[in-house]
Each structure stands twice: as structure tokens, then as C-alpha cells.
Ligand binder design. Structure first.
Ligand code: ADP
Ligand code: MG
Ligand code: MG
Length: 891
């Protein structure tokens, strides 16, 4: 018989952590903790397969499910000696969603399920606290009605406010049992009025209502958006966990809390968490009451006066701390846990691998290797390559002046500047228009995810380090400051104010998520460094990877940065970038506007010494590492003067009239410049250009070799080749120059001549081209463009539609189209290597720094990938993971 329900509790479980696909993360870990002998309230998990069955069968359930759920309830009843719906000793349960990956877009948990007009009396008796019983009942009605029956929270909140006004009290704690009873009666009326039906009294009806709501929430818009953002397949489904309730709200010896076994921001090996006395469920993360710290150390670090759990409940804290160590040793990873204390007894309600910043991830991985919990391979496999991006961005310049207007909790590190906006929709709208924005909210909720995703940083005025804003921001790697209590937010007026300072919508703020400082305006930043744990983990990655990593760089600054980040050479030096600087653009324009070869050679003669100096600088910095230099590639009109003033200047510089310049510019106009007169086609038309560049390269080689006594081997690359003949003609020019410079300088010149593969024809004819080319470098930006026939510069307007409609899974310019472009690359590799064994193969498009593309390059057998200097560490790590068999999914 099909098994749809798995029980846990009382020191055993039918499932375990390895069954997360079936039981969801929450269910699998509740089972695992149970088997470990930790105090977990008993319960059962309805599997993710039921979710899929339900959606595939018109919202029905598998026929066996009802009996299995009944059996599950009976097991809990037996363990606790209570009865579901029993009037004297009622069993109450929570109904919790739980997918394979944790998903904030899902249904909220329903607590205290099983309460009705009869069982509330039993709860009052069994707990000896009638007030608590009615307080729980009203919480249940509100939660259930909101989550399952779709009745807004505000109806209940308004009724409660009115009641308090009537009674002349301010705090919930001032309300007595009778008051809560009256409120319950009112709540039931609200439900009847809003839904047209009385509040369901039958516990089994309540249970199936909640179960159905969990499964339906898998298909709600929030969940769908979250899945899209995180590439979670719909087919995973969610599980439902039904678990006996324990109460953190039965008095002053009760509490509820959340904790991380290490600091999720810094990775420090310190117990890190928050709790609230006499509270239930999400009170801690909802940002309603400001939670207190778990440890004295945490309390002191945040300069809080509220006593720590370590002080208030030392014994329970001791148990929790022991569980912390037990869980880490068992899971061999940092855990994010949820617990409740009922009358001095500790219960564990959840554990999972904790979300952490990239910085924390590195520290935790390195520390765990040192402590022998994991080995280097696992450490390397655990870090998400793309997350390193967080550490490769500039941070605030410590020397810059900071106009700090307020401080909040340092909830997610990093620096962010942007215009302030007050709603998630506005954040998304502005970001689409190219603005950098800071999302400012009292607190965030799952509805705000899209805005948080679009913002540079997030600021909230309430909530703690484990609030929704903090957790989600850390997961996204966005700077976040939470609980900035001094900040007054007036969304309607579009202002944020702090003691007299008013900041309006659209004005700039800077957040330092590492310190919690909120600053006026835009504060300048400094370049990041690779050191400490980061450097150590990178060194381990290098031990495993087989793929070489180079950088795309042309300036000495970029080349220097690339080396600091561990690049092993330059895979793409775009010489045209060197043409724009300062006075040389004048000579370049003179060359372009020249009427004949003679005039062109005169202009080229002016450019050559400057170009030679560029190469000298580059070769010196790269100190013998390979440097691939691409000869001139873009269409010439890109260098032409555009404004009237520029034209006049050029006319003066080269001694012709403005009209003549305009005429030349018109002649250079092309309808489709990306497929026009560019790349090797320029070299064929004007061989003297490539000749000058080759001369500059070889003279620089000779100069550097003489000076440093070390061989420099440039790799000269011809762009946009479609046929072998094009390459042969250009190679002849280069060989000729090399022999001349060699003779003149007396230096022995070694070099390679190769080509970019960026046209489908070149990929297909790779066998032929490799007869002349000594290396291939896949220019995947153009290769993607030419394979799809899709203009990179014009596709933005419709690409999004393509992704929404599922035609493209991702932007093919950001992550390689492995099926199509990838196949061309594989064909070219195979044919090229067959014609020339040992042919050097690399990739130099944007894709070189994209982890998924790096995995592909490893598999395709390339020798190296080349990417922007700032992505070099990402590529190093991705290459190591590729060599280790792929990335590790921790969530
Ligand atoms: P989420 O997926 O949003 O973390 P959970 O299912 O973990 O939602 O529920 C949220 C909170 O509800 C828990 O942290 C816990 O405080 C409370 N809760 C859930 N189940 C129980 C239970 N059986 N007894 C007491 N509190 C519970
Ligand atoms: Mg929740
Ligand atoms: Mg939880």
C-alpha cells in the first residue's frame, strides 16, 4: 500500500534527514531530531507526493490518505495521552508547510488547531489557566481564518482595539479570561459575517481545511514568484507537518525563540539567537515585540539592557547549548533552529542548515575543516560560487566622511547606496528604470520579496536579527539594517525622519549593513581584497581544479586586480579600449579619416609608440604569464567624433574641413555594424593596422625580455574569423613583422597566432581553421549573438517576455545556452583538436565568470576560462566544484 504519512516523536521516527525530497526539509529534520533523542513534540508528515497527487487530481486526495492521517493522530494521542477533540484533555496541533527548500512564499503556520467551544474548556482545566486557554483560542480563530478562510487580520485587530478602548486598557496583558472569552465570541461573528459560514467547530474539519490550504499555497503567486527567483521546480511540491502543540505562552517560565549555532553574519563560532518570554510562534520574527538575546555575550555586543536567556533560564539555556553542539556535530554544518520552552521544559521545533552571508560561509567552512568536522573538498563544494560576488564588491571607504543619522541592527553586511522608496512595487519599478534604490519598510513580509530583490539594500525600523527582512536579505546577499528604532517612516507622505532630519522619496541614503549605520547621501567606496578565510578557501579550490582561470583586462589597474584575485593570465586584452584614451583618440581618428594608405600609415605611426607602452606595462605586470591580445575588432565608426564641437576639433587637428569629416563619417555608416566591416575584415581591408599592432606587441616583448631577462610569449588573436584564408593572410602579416622586429632587436621572439571562434561557420570549420590557428578562444558574446541571430544590444526589450513564457530558461548572454551554443563549442573543440592535437582552447565571453557556464567549459575540456577580474574568484571556485563533480546543494 502506498505510504503517504510518516510519523515522528518519542525518540523515534519513520523518516530521516535523507528523505527531504519526500518529507520536505522541515519534516525530514523533525524526524531526524526525533531519532537523535532530542525533545521534539510528536507529529506526522504528509508527503510531497500527496501535494503532486492533489494538484494532478483536481484537488482530491489519495484514497488511503484519510486512514493514514487518522493513524498518525492516534499515534500522537497515545504518546501524549490526550485526544484530538477531547473535551477534557484536548490534543492541539500545529499545521506547517515544508518544501524541499525553505520557501518564505508558502502558507503561514496555523497554531493551536483543535480548539473549539468545548475543547477550550478542557485546555483551561488541563493547563489550570483559563485566560491562557481563551487567549490561545482567539489566536487560533484569527490565524485559521486568515490563512485558511482568507479573512484579513485587520478585522480582528480592530475588534480587539475597540474592546481594549471599552475596557480602558492598553496592553493585551491587561485582559482577563472573561475579556478573551468575549473577544472569542466577537471573532466568531466576524468570521460568520465575512465567510457566510460559522467558524468550523469540528477539529477534523479544521485539520483538513488547513492541510488543503498548505497544498493550495504551493500554487499561490508568492510561492510561484519565489520559485522563479530561486529556480525551484514546481514538481518538488510541499509536505504538510502536523505536530502536537507546545506552549511558550503559558506564563513567565515559558518562552519561544530562534537561534543560529554560529553567527550567520560573520560566521563566528558563537551561539547566536533571540527569544521572547511568554510568547508563541512567530512573535519573535514578526517584529512586533523586540526580542531579547540568547547569550550574555550577544546582549553586550548589541548593547541591550534586556536580560539574556542565559541569565533568565540558565538551566534550559544549558540544555539548548548542548543541543546546539549535538546538532552541529551531527549535521556537520551551521544550523538554524526554532525552539519553545513550556513551563521550564525545552522543545525543539525545527532545525535546518542556516542561511549565511558569503563571509560567514567561508569562515564556517574553514573553521569546520580546522576542527575536523569536514574535509577540504566538502568545504570547497559547499560555498555557492555566485555568492562570492558579495565579497568582491567595493565596501565603504573607511576614510570617507559619514553623515550618520541613525543606527540599526547590522542584519546583513555590505554597503549600499540608493534612492529611498517605501514600497516593494516602487522598488521594482525604479530598478527597472535603472535606478539604484533602498527599500525602506517598517518591517518586510513575503509579499515584499520582489522589491527586496530589486533594491540595493533594505532598511526596516522594527524587527530583530532574525526578522523576515534580515533573513531574506542575508540569503540574497543584500545589505540590510533592521530594527532601526529611531527611524520614523511615513510611507503615505513618502518621508523617513530621524529626530528632525527628514529624507524624502528619491533622496539618497547609504547603508552599512556591517555596522548598522545609516548615512545621508552617497558614501564613496574602496576595492575589495582577497585575504584570510577567503584566500585560504581559494587556495584549496586551486588544489582541485584543472581548468585554468584568466581575466579579461587591458589596463594595468585591471590586470593588477586580476592577479590579486588569482588570474593565471590574460585571456582577452581588447586593444581598441586602448585607443580611446587622451590624445591617442586624435591619432586614431586621423587614421580612420585618412584618404589613402600613406596617410593612414602616418597616423598609425603616431599611435604605435603609445600602443607599445601599453603592452610593456601589461607584460611587466603579468610577469611571464600568458597574455592574449586581440587585434582591432569594432567597426571604425565607433571612434568617430559625434558632437559638433568634437568634429570641429578633429577638423582642426588633421587640417580638413568639417564638411569633409561629415562626408567620411557618412561613408562609414553601416546598417548592421555588428555584422559589418569589423574584426578580421578590417585587417583584410587595411593590413597596415594589424601590422602596426603586431609591431607594437613584438617591440614591447623585446623591450621587456631585454629588461627582465624572462621570455614573454604573447598570444595574438584575430577576431571574427569565418574562413582559414582570412587567418592565413593575417598570420603572414604578423610573421613578417615578427621576423623584422626579431632581427632588429636581436631578441628571440616566441608567439602564438590564434583566432576567436565567434561565428557558427568558424565553429563548424574548426578543423580547417585549426590547420593555421595555434589556439581558439570562444568569444561567446558574439557566438551567442550570431547563433541565435539575436542582437545583444536590442534584445533587452523582449528577452524578459521570452523568459516569462519559458522560451528561454535564462538570459543566454548571461549564462551560456548549453544546448545550442554549447554544441557549437563542442563541435569546434572536437574538430579543432583532431586537426591539431594540443590546440589551446579557452573562452573569453561574459560567460567565463558564470558558474553554470564554467561547469560546461570544464566538461567540454577547455584549457581555461577568462572573465572580468572581479569574477576570477567565482570562476576559480566554480572550476574546482566542476572538478569535484558539481556543486553541493546544502538547502
Ligand atoms: P516557518 O516555515 O515560517 O518557519 P514554522 O512551521 O516553523 O513556520 O512555524 C513557525 C513557528 O510556529 C515556529 O517557529 C514555532 O514557534 C511555532 N510552532 C510551529 N509548530 C509548533 C508547535 N507544534 N508547538 C509550538 N509552536 C509551534
Ligand atoms: Mg512562516
Ligand atoms: Mg520555522
Amino acid at each position: 500500500m502506498a505510504k503517504w504519512v510518516y510519523c515522528f516523536g518519542d525518540g523515534k521516527a519513520e523518516g530521516g534527514a535523507e528523505m527531504r525530497n519526500l518529507l520536505g526539509g522541515k519534516g525530514a529534520n523533525l524526524a531526524e531530531m526525533s531519532s537523535l533523542g532530542l525533545p521534539v513534540p510528536p507529529g506526522f508528515t504528509i508527503t510531497t507526493e500527496v501535494c503532486n497527487w492533489h494538484h494532478a487530481n483536481n484537488s482530491a486526495y489519495p484514497p488511503e490518505l484519510k486512514d493514514e492521517v487518522e493513524a498518525g493522530l492516534a499515534t500522537i494521542e497515545k504518546i501524549l495521552g490526550a485526544g484530538f477533540g477531547d473535551a477534557n484533555n484536548p490534543l492541539l496541533v500545529s499545521v506547517r508547510s515544508g518544501a524541499r527548500a525553505s520557501m518564505p512564499g508558502m502558507m503561514d503556520t496555523v497554531l493551536n488547531l483543535g480548539l473549539n467551544d468545548r475543547t477550550v474548556l478542557g485546555l483551561g482545566k488541563s493547563s489550570g489557566d483559563e485566560r491562557f486557554a481563551y487567549d490561545s483560542y482567539r489566536r487560533f480563530i484569527q490565524m485559521y481564518s486568515n490563512v485558511v478562510l482568507d479573512v484579513g487580520h485587520h478585522y480582528f485587530e480592530e475588534a480587539l482595539e475597540l474592546k481594549k478602548e471599552d475596557l480602558g486598557v492598553h496592553m493585551d496583558t491587561d485582559l482577563k479570561a472573561d475579556d478573551w472569552r468575549a473577544i472569542v465570541a466577537q471573532y466568531k461573528k466576524i468570521v460568520e459575517k465575512r465567510t457566510g459560514k460559522p467558524f468550523p467547530q469540528e477539529p477534523r474539519e479544521q485539520l483538513w481545511g488547513a492541510v488543503g490550504a498548505v497544498f493550495n499555497s504551493w500554487m499561490n503567486q508568492r510561492a510561484i514568484t519565489y520559485r522563479r527567483l530561486h529556480a525551484i521546480p514546481e514538481s518538488w511540491g510541499t509536505a504538510v507537518n502536523v505536530q502536537a502543540m507546545v506552549f511558550g505562552n503559558m506564563g513567565e517560565d515559558c518562552a519561544t525563540g530562534v537561534a543560529f549555532t554560529r553567527d550567520p553574519s560573520t560566521g563566528a563560532n558563537l551561539f547566536y539567537g533571540e527569544y521572547l518570554v511568554n510568547a508563541q510562534g512567530e512573535d519573535v520574527v514578526a517584529g512586533i515585540r523586540t526580542p531579547q538575546h540568547l547569550t550574555v555575550q550577544g546582549k553586550l555586543a548589541q548593547k541591550s539592557d534586556a536580560p539574556a536567556m542565559e541569565e533568565v533560564m540558565p538551566e534550559v539555556f544549558g540544555q539548548l547549548d548542548a543541543i546546539r553542539h549535538k546538532l552541529e556535530a551531527h549535521y556537520r554544518d551551521m544550523q538554524d533552529i526554532e525552539f519553545t520552552v513550556q513551563r521550564g521544559k525545552l522543545y525543539m521545533l525545527q532545525t535546518r542548515n542556516g542561511k549565511r552571508t558569503a563571509k560567514a560561509a567561508l569562515k564556517i567552512a574553514v573553521d569546520m575543516v580546522r576542527d575536523g568536522l569536514i574535509d577540504k573538498k566538502e568545504a570547497v563544494a559547499r560555498i555557492v560560487p555566485a555568492s562570492l560576488d558579495q565579497l568582491l564588491h567595493p565596501t565603504l571607504d573607511p576614510k570617507a566622511t559619514r553623515k550618520v543619522i541613525a543606527k540599526g541592527l547590522p542584519a546583513s553586511p555590505g554597503a549600499a547606496s540608493g534612492k529611498i522608496v517605501f514600497t516593494a512595487d516602487e522598488a521594482e519599478k525604479q530598478a527597472r528604470a535603472g535606478e539604484k534604490v533602498i527599500l525602506v519598510r517598517r518591517e518586510t513580509s513575503p509579499e515584499d520579496i520582489h522589491g527586496m530583490n530589486a533594491a540595493q539594500g533594505i532598511l526596516t525600523s522594527t524587527g530583530g536579527m532574525t526578522s523576515h527582512a534580515a533573513v531574506v536579505a542575508r540569503g540574497m546577499g543584500k545589505p540590510c539594517i533592521a530594527g532601526a528604532g529611531d527611524v520614523r517612516i511615513d510611507g503615505a507622505a513618502g518621508t523617513l525622519s530621524v529626530r528632525g532630519t527628514v529624507v524624502k522619496t528619491g533622496e539618497f541614503l547609504t547603508l552599512d549593513g556591517t555596522t548598522g549605520e545609516i548615512m545621508l547621501g552617497v558614501v564613496p567606496t574602496v576595492q575589495p581584497e582577497l585575504s584570510g578565510d577567503f584566500a585560504e578557501l581559494m587556495a584549496w579550490a586551486d588544489e582541485f581544479r584543472t581548468l585554468g582561470i584568466r581575466a579579461n583586462a587591458e589596463t594595468p589597474t585591471d590586470a593588477g586586480q586580476a592577479r590579486k584575485f588569482g588570474a593565471e593570465g590574460i585571456g582577452l586584452c581588447r586593444t581598441e579600449h586602448m585607443f580611446f584614451e587622451g590624445e591617442r583618440i586624435v591619432a586614431v581618428r586621423e587614421m580612420i579619416l585618412a584618404d589613402d594608405e600613406k596617410a593612414r600609415r602616418i597616423a598609425l605611426g603616431k599611435i604605435q609608440p603609445m600602443q607599445r607602452q601599453d603592452f610593456v606595462a601589461l607584460f611587466e605586470i603579468m610577469a611571464g604569464l600568458p597574455v592574449t591580445i586581440r587585434l582591432l575588432d569594432p567597426p571604425l565608426h565607433e571612434f568617430l567624433p559625434k558632437t559638433q564641437a568634437d568634429m570641429e576639433q578633429v577638423a582642426k587637428d588633421i587640417g580638413v574641413s568639417v564638411t569633409e569629416i561629415e562626408a567620411r563619417a557618412n561613408k562609414l555608416h553601416e546598417f548592421n555594424p555588428m555584422l559589418g566591416h569589423r574584426g578580421v575584415r578590417l585587417g583584410i581591408s587595411y593590413p597596415e593596422i594589424y601590422e602596426m599592432q603586431a609591431r607594437a606587441i613584438f617591440e614591447a616583448v623585446a623591450e621587456v625580455q631585454k629588461k627582465h631577462g624572462k621570455t614573454v610569449i604573447p598570444e595574438i588573436m584575430i577576431p571574427l574569423v569565418a574562413t582559414r584564408k582570412e587567418l592565413d593572410l593575417m598570420k603572414a602579416v604578423i610573421d613578417q613583422v615578427a621576423s623584422e622586429v626579431g632581427q632588429l632587436s636581436g631578441e628571440k621572439l616566441e608567439y602564438l597566432v590564434g583566432t576567436m571562434i565567434e561565428l557558427p561557420r568558424a565553429a563548424l570549420r574548426a578543423g580547417d581553421i585549426a590547420g593555421s590557428a595555434e589556439f581558439f578562444s570562444f568569444g561567446t558574446n558574439d557566438l551567442t549573438q550570431t547563433t541565435f541571430g539575436l542582437s545583444r544590444d536590442d534584445s533587452a526589450s523582449f528577452l524578459e517576455k521570452y523568459q516569462q513564457r519559458g522560451i528561454f530558461e535564462h538570459d543566454p548572454f548571461a549564462s551560456l545556452d548549453i544546448e545550442g551554443v554549447g554544441e557549437l563549442i563542442e563541435i569546434a573543440c572536437e574538430r579543432g583538436r583532431k586537426a591539431r592535437p594540443g590546440l589551446k582552447l579557452g573562452i573569453c565571453g561574459e560567460h567565463g565568470g558564470d558558474p553554470a557556464s564554467v561547469f560546461f567549459c570544464h566538461k567540454a575540456g577547455l584549457d581555461y576560462v577568462s572573465c572580468s577580474p572581479y569574477r576570477v574568484p567565482i570562476a576559480r571556485l566554480a572550476a574546482a566544484q566542476a572538478a569535484l563533480g558539481g556543486p553541493l546543494k546544502t538547502e
